[in-house]
Write a protein that binds this ligand. Structure first.
Ligand SMILES: Nc1ncnc2c1ncn2[C@@H]1O[C@H](COP(=O)(O)OP(=O)(O)O)[C@@H](O)[C@H]1O
Ligand SMILES: [Mg+2]
Length: 446
């Protein structure tokens, strides 16, 4: 039976030096289908998409067909010529240029003299495209002055101007608010009605059930399966992604015991906080919800001693403590994983091992330098405990996926446990980790 597919990818494998990250993947998409591509961080989703988009070349033996015809995709231009547009995790617009310049980049309209660009025509055509999408953007604005959500809308418009038949969105909602996410979903519904196929990458369960027709799951570079969304339960989908049943992951209920109050914040107040109080128990995971700008990160920064507070008290195990500086917080066993881990937490062009052990490197110093064996055994332990996906401990942090970068930051804090006698940790046995997530209240992996 000849089925009507827009895209068929067959036997797709990808080997980076020393690591096979995709192994014999296949993917078939119909026109107007919204397909979620899911899998844990490091599963290979972005790599597969970069092959489709002409950024990476696949290993020999694979094949890509568009409407049944084999095609070669060796560049972004090739992909675009086949009607494939990709909106990558990092926005790829030129942010110092206007929206209309971006929409017309590479295909500017010349005026009748053929000497000058016809700006007026470009502005009106671009504005018409934007208006058709029902979004409130003036095409003469510089891209950098638009919110991330609007930049994404501009990217979708640009794809439409290139007559895209398939638009891929790689984790598009990671820095959007709830309202912006819903607006994006409405655009996706629109694309579906127009017969344009969408591949939607995300690891957020509720989004998949809202927006996708079908789901393809990858795990460790292998294809686990493709299923229609309406036949799939949340638990089944998680089991496909992680390869175990939920009950095996979280253990039986009651296994995590919540203890006494260990941290108390009373009446925190500063420029961004207005009388914030809460208490946290040992073993408890406390989430702070709120819109962007509500003060969640500011609260974490005030607790950790980055931002000043004008008023308020902090108690650890019932005793008031003074935290005027991050060093004070660290001494009391409080760690901080900032929102912008790329800038604040990691040395991206160094290895995973370097990043993990840097804060405690002096502990492995013998008379003849660093005791590599001891260092490695501790690194191995945390890589295993946090299931960090990597090609090896000497992989550059740059090449880890976002979630795995975050795990490295967390492990840096947990590692300080390995040094009970360190003067930096002498005050208490406390361990409180402040995690700031990407500006969104519905992180699955909070
Ligand atoms: N340029 C690269 N060089 C080496 N390894 C890479 C490169 N890009 C990705 N990887 C590795 O490939 C694997 C899959 O990564 P990726 O496709 O980004 O996963 P996902 O998007 O599902 O989180 C990861 O282990 C990652 O470290
Ligand atoms: Mg990715």
């Amino acid at each position: 039976m000849a089925e009507n597919f827009f895209l068929e990818m067959e036997h797709i494998s990808k080997t980076f030096p020393g690591a096979k990250v995709l192994d014999d993947i296949e993917l078939r998409i119909r026109p107007g289908e919204v397909r979620a591509l899911m899998g844990e961080n490091g599963a290979g989703k972005s790599t597969l998409i970069k092959i489709l988009g002409g950024i990476y070349q696949m290993d020999a033996g694979g094949q890509i067909k568009i409407e049944g015809r084999p095609v070669g995709i060796r560049s972004v231009g090739d992909a675009r010529a086949q009607g494939i547009s990709i909106i990558h995790q990092e926005i790829s617009l030129a942010d110092n240029m206007t929206v209309f310049d971006n929409l017309f980049m590479g295909r500017e309209i010349m005026g009748s003299s053929k000497l000058f660009l016809d700006d007026r025509k470009m502005v009106s055509d671009a504005q018409a495209t934007i208006d058709k999408m029902d979004i409130d953007v003036d095409v003469r604005t510089l891209v950098k002055n638009l919110s991330i959500a609007k930049q994404q809308m501009v990217e979708i418009s640009r794809a439409l101007m290139f007559n895209a038949r398939l638009i891929v969105m790689d984790e598009p909602t990671s820095s959007l608010t709830e309202i912006e996410i819903e607006q994006l979903f409405q655009q996706i519904d629109r694309l579906r009605r127009a017969g344009i196929a969408v591949i939607y990458i995300s690891h957020r369960m509720e989004e998949i059930f809202r927006v996708a027709d079908s789901v393809t799951v990858l795990r460790d570079g292998r294809l686990i399966g493709t299923r229609p969304v309406r036949e799939l339960s949340r638990d089944e989908l998680i089991a496909m992604m992680v390869g175990r049943k939920l009950s095996e992951i979280y253990g039986k209920s009651g296994e995590n015991r919540i203890g006494d109050v260990c941290l108390e914040v009373r009446g925190f107040r500063n420029a961004r906080l207005n009388d914030v109080s809460f208490s946290l128990r040992r073993g408890e995971v406390l989430g702070f919800a709120g819109l962007v700008g509500a003060g969640r990160s500011e609260l974490a920064r005030a607790i950790f001693g980055i931002d000043r507070r004008e008023h308020g008290e902090l108690l650890l195990n019932g005793r008031p403590v003074k935290i005027a500086h991050p060093a004070d917080a660290i001494r009391h066993g409080i760690g901080f994983v900032p929102e912008n881990r790329k800038l604040e937490g990691l040395f991206l062009t160094n290895t995973l091992r370097y990043n993990m052990t840097l804060p405690i490197l002096h502990r492995f110093m013998g008379f003849v330098g660093v005791n590599r064996k001891k260092e490695m055994s501790i690194v191995d332990k945390y890589v295993h405990e946090l299931s960090i996906r990597m090609t090896g401990v000497d992989q550059l942090v740059n090449y880890l996926s976002g979630g795995n970068q975050q795990k490295v930051v967390v492990s840096k804090w947990l590692l300080t446990d390995e040094i009970p006698n360190d003067p930096a940790r002498r005050a208490t046995q406390e361990e409180i980790l402040l995690l700031a997530s990407g500006g969104n209240a519905n992180e699955d992996n909070a």
